[in-house]
Design a protein around this ligand. Structure first.
Ligand SMILES: NC(=O)c1ccc[n+]([C@@H]2O[C@H](COP(=O)([O-])OP(=O)(O)OC[C@H]3O[C@@H](n4cnc5c(N)ncnc54)[C@H](OP(=O)(O)O)[C@@H]3O)[C@@H](O)[C@H]2O)c1
Length: 229
């Protein structure tokens, strides 16, 4: 029975991954932005533990975790939470830049730092749900793409640093996926949202689990998932 720490379990891709791991009988620690959200997650995923930490405030995570019980060993840390705000560079304010970089880049770095002892102890796995925007920056996606390009750098540096400790690191790069985030993107783009056109969450969850389930002795470093088929 493996122990997983998961961000973003309240919605979309993260909810699907959490559900699948719970059904296996694994132990889950779900990171929630506040106590109210933690209570909702505990109800939705019976038996799961929760950790309260606002990823929008990465500098406070260390203090928040000092006051909660963390698992002794972590087999996988799944960074799935994320935020998006579209806008041209001409329009994006420092407030939006900071909010995007905090949740999508600095919080995953800090969460990883805080859980590295437990990950090393179990020769664990860190998975970053990145995005096609982590490989290519399109107009009006500047802040989000910058955060996801940074997340790629974080993953690549971590992989090299932790290889000798047996910690594996995977980045998953999904294209547009049918989740509440994608619905919001369509609203911002002024387009009609048709979920059937986009990747089902089940497919991205399967990709994450495929990386996790790879037998020891090998590591999937990067996986790109596109709509199609
Ligand atoms: N959907 C796509 O088309 C797509 C494509 C490529 C990559 N991705 C990436 O896939 C990941 C999951 O996206 P999704 O589409 O499943 O998004 P989603 O449905 O909007 O879910 C995002 C999750 O992140 C959590 N979160 C956001 N800010 C947080 C904060 N400050 N503290 C704690 N939790 C926070 C949310 O918590 P609450 O439930 O409390 O709001 C929610 O559970 C993201 O990293 C996203 O960038 C998505």
């Amino acid at each position: 029975m493996a122990t997983h720490v998961i961000t973003g379990a309240g919605s979309g891709i993260g909810a699907e991954v959490a559900q699948r791991l719970l059904e296996r009988g694994d132990t889950l620690y779900l990171v929630a932005r506040d106590a109210g959200r933690a209570a909702q997650l505990a109800e939705r995923f019976p038996g799961a533990h929760t950790l309260v930490g606002d990823l929008g405030e990465p500098a406070r995570l260390s203090w928040a975790f000092e006051h909660q019980t963390l698992p002794d060993e972590v087999d996988s840390l799944l960074h799935i939470a994320g935020v998006v705000e579209l806008g041209t560079i001409g329009d994006l304010t420092p407030k939006l830049w900071n909010a995007t970089l905090a949740a999508n880049l600095v919080a995953p770095a800090e969460l990883t730092r805080l859980l590295l002892p437990q990950l090393r102890r179990s020769r664990g796995h860190v998975v970053f749900v990145n995005s096609g925007a982590g490989l290519r920056a399109n107009p009006e996606w500047g802040a989000y793409a910058a955060s996801k390009h940074g997340l790629k750098a974080l993953a690549d540096a971590l992989r090299g640093e932790e290889a000798d400790n047996g910690v594996r690191v995977t980045s998953v790069y999904p294209g547009r996926t049918a989740t509440p985030m994608q619905e919001k993107v369509h609203r911002q783009e002024g387009k009609e949202y048709e979920p059937g056109k986009w990747i089902p969450v089940e497919a991205v969850a399967t990709t994450v689990l495929t990386a996790l389930d790879l037998p020891r002795g090998a590591e999937v470093t990067d996986l790109t998932v596109r709509p199609g088929g």
